[in-house]
Design a protein around this ligand. Sequence first.
Ligand code: GLA
Length: 385
Amino acid sequence: MSIVRKSVCASFAKAFGSPPALIVRAPGRVNLIGEHTDYNDGFVLPAAIGVETLVAASPRADGQIRVVAADFGDAMDMFALGSAIAVRDEPMWANYVRGMIKSMLDAGFALCGADIAVAGSIPKGTGLSSSASLEVAVGQAFKAMCGLDTLDPTRIAQLAQEAECGFVGMNCGIMDQLVSARGVAGHAILIDCRSLATEPVPVPDALAIMIVHSGISRGLVDGAYNERRTQCEAAARHFGVAALRDLDRRALDCGKTRLDDLTYRRARHVITENARTLAAADALRGGDLIRLGQLMAESHISMRDDFEITVPAIDALVAVLQAAIGTEGSARMTGGGFGGAVVAMLPADRVEAVTALVSAKYQTPEGTPPHIMIERPAAGAGLLV
Ligand code: GLA
């Protein structure tokens, strides 16, 4: 039994005095390419990964919800389905559970009360979507407890995104929740964030996905994230289109004269990143690591110079990785930005050499070598027992 599963079972038994009726899991994710494109109706290419959030739950007949967090000293949150569900100042983890339950109720799903324990293996503050996986796991748990057969994984992801935007106040796109809900083992998932169509793209065994933690915690960056979203929406309005997805590079450059430089660069990132994401999915399908590497490197430059969401330490870490990897594969910052993790794709037989080089050449702000994870794409959320 995994450590996380032991931990969630132990917390549940300690808090509620019996074993849970069920346990569900929902994975974290790493985004290979397609950053800040999801809320512009664009394309993303993430993969679900082995680290995950587990939710152990049993239904209750009285409409009460009790939630215990194994990773936060078994702290407990309690509320009733029959009363208004309010945002809490802290603990923050409680809001992801509250928000998801509220989204489901608002959408008209009849929920039962529940005792719930939560535990996870996703390192916090690294941008690997611990919050999205918690929301999706809560959705899956209620689906199983309440027999909500019409609730498919995409709908769970939409409700989770609503929880994040409407309740938590982070105006995220659909990527993290959708890949956590719809991941496929051994595959990256090409998502069209307008139609929500998902297409699994095989990741060959010979290709390693390496995640390197910069040691710079993402912290409270929702403000900067929401600001980027507002800037993208302003650019779309300027061109009279529903979203930046509807513009290509030519149309952008034709309307450039009447656009301020900052808004132009924000839009250029999104438009070029959409094109890179589709090209990267092709390169992955064709096993073209050199092309994939070029696209990842260009994506990082665009995030650094046009979207301005990287930080100097992340740029340095990406440079170290790129030098160590060479032309077959590359590295880029992954996730919302301003810290967190870097993703690299490289031939599996180069992992040892690249790990040694990066550990020798990059130090976290604490002066330690970075934490490195080697991941295979995992399956999406589902019932564990
Ligand atoms: C965060 C958000 C996602 C997406 C990424 C950036 O992870 O939750 O919706 O916008 O940032 O690509």
